[in-house]
Ligand binder design. Structure first.
Ligand code: 6CS
Length: 354
């Protein structure tokens, strides 16, 4: 019932936005200036905003002002699902689409939500996610839905904030933890014994404040800018997975661009890989200082032992089977591709597990 209502409300939001944009636009601002819309799933000052603003800067500079990029932060065009739908319709040309939400549309992308599939090393993970072979395996899945995949990148470790200490899977028993809306996240937390609740990003703060949920999970910069730490007693670093997002464009829009424009878009996206990696590290470090200063009595747990992390690792393994069962053979293929790209990235970095 609630889902039907939400789906109907969602459809209404998307239709109204599409109508509003259709009334005012053929993509041209004036005779010379074309407008590209870039919708992000986060607020101003976030990692995704940093990415989109740099994209805007480079595109506008390199098209000598022939293209203006307008960035739409979270909330201005609805939830992540609304934004994805607007790109599919071609009303918005570019967007971030996180597997945490996109999994309802492209089930295979949920491979990026599984815990302990990547390494403990952020540099190795970045290399694995930008691996051309891995991205080539994802690309046709995006194309089937009317998108062109542009990039896959991590935004920092997912960190638990909760009203209780979480050091062992048993501490999750019955924990009402908010997750993004992709079904595989429910499986990931059920594997620890939790009672996960999917909610949109905008609903998390009040759900914590009203004790409707006990916990949530997000990178540090998001915990700071969305003020989740204000309504949490504990902040626990399990390094079980990074937050990963993907950037995409409308497939037909990309195909209609001239070869020079296509090359420009791909060049800019390529340059952003390194830029965003450094920016997310900076944001996640500096926002942690703000959290510490603003809430001195928050209990920060960043000393989980290898033994404690291993208990989570073991408990999480079942989720790989759940993923393959739910998604089918294409899920198995994409999981193998991800694991292979992790191995290649380890080799590239001379990474030794012993
Ligand atoms: O938790 C969420 O729903 C959101 N978290 C981040 C860090 N980015 C976008 C996503 O929708």
């Amino acid at each position: 019932m609630r889902n039907t209502l939400l789906a109907r409300t969602g459809l209404l939001v998307v239709s109204v936005i599409a109508l509003l944009f259709a009334g005012c636009d053929d993509g041209l601002l004036s005779d010379e200036v074309e407008q590209w819309r870039f919708a992000i799933e986060e607020t101003r000052g976030s990692v995704q905003d940093g990415y989109a603003q740099r994209f805007k800067e480079l595109i506008e500079e390199r098209t000598n002002g022939e293209v203006e990029v307008k960035v739409y932060p979270y909330g201005t065009l609805g939830t992540s699902d609304h934004v994805t739908e607007l790109v599919r319709m071609g009303t918005v040309q570019f967007a971030m689409a996180s597997p945490g939400h996109l999994g309802t549309m492209i089930p295979e992308v949920q491979v990026l939500l599984l815990h302990f599939t990547l390494t403990d090393d952020e540099e190795v993970n970045k290399t694995a996610l930008s691996d051309p072979q891995f991205q080539a395996a994802l690309a046709p899945l995006y194309e089937d839905k009317g998108f062109r995949l542009l990039s896959v990148y991590p935004e920092g470790w997912m960190v638990w904030t909760a009203n209780r200490m979480l050091r062992r899977p048993a501490d999750f028993t019955g924990l009402k933890i908010r997750t993004m809306t992709s079904p595989m996240l429910l499986a990931a937390y059920r594997a620890y014994g939790a009672a996960p609740t999917p909610l949109s990003y905008g609903e998390v703060y009040s759900a914590l404040q009203l004790n409707m949920i006990d916990a949530q999970v997000n990178p540090v910069f998001a915990i700071q800018e969305m003020s989740f730490y204000e309504v949490s007693d504990y902040m626990i670093f399990g390094n079980q997975a990074p937050f990963i997002t993907t950037s995409l464009t409308n497939h037909a829009f990309f195909e209609e661009q001239s070869p020079d424009r296509q090359t420009l878009i791909l060049e800019v996206i390529d340059e952003l890989d390194e830029y965003i990696h450094e920016l997310q590290k900076d944001y996640n470090q500096s926002r942690m200082d703000i959290i510490r200063d603003n809430k001195p009595d928050l209990i920060i747990v960043d000393d989980l032992t290898e033994e404690e992390r291993d208990a989570f690792r073991q408990a999480s393994l079942i989720t790989r089977d759940v993923f393959v069962r739910a998604v089918g053979p294409s899920g198995e293929v994409i999981l193998e591709e991800l694991l292979a790209s992790v191995e290649r990235a380890k080799e590239t970095h001379g990474w030794d597990e012993e």
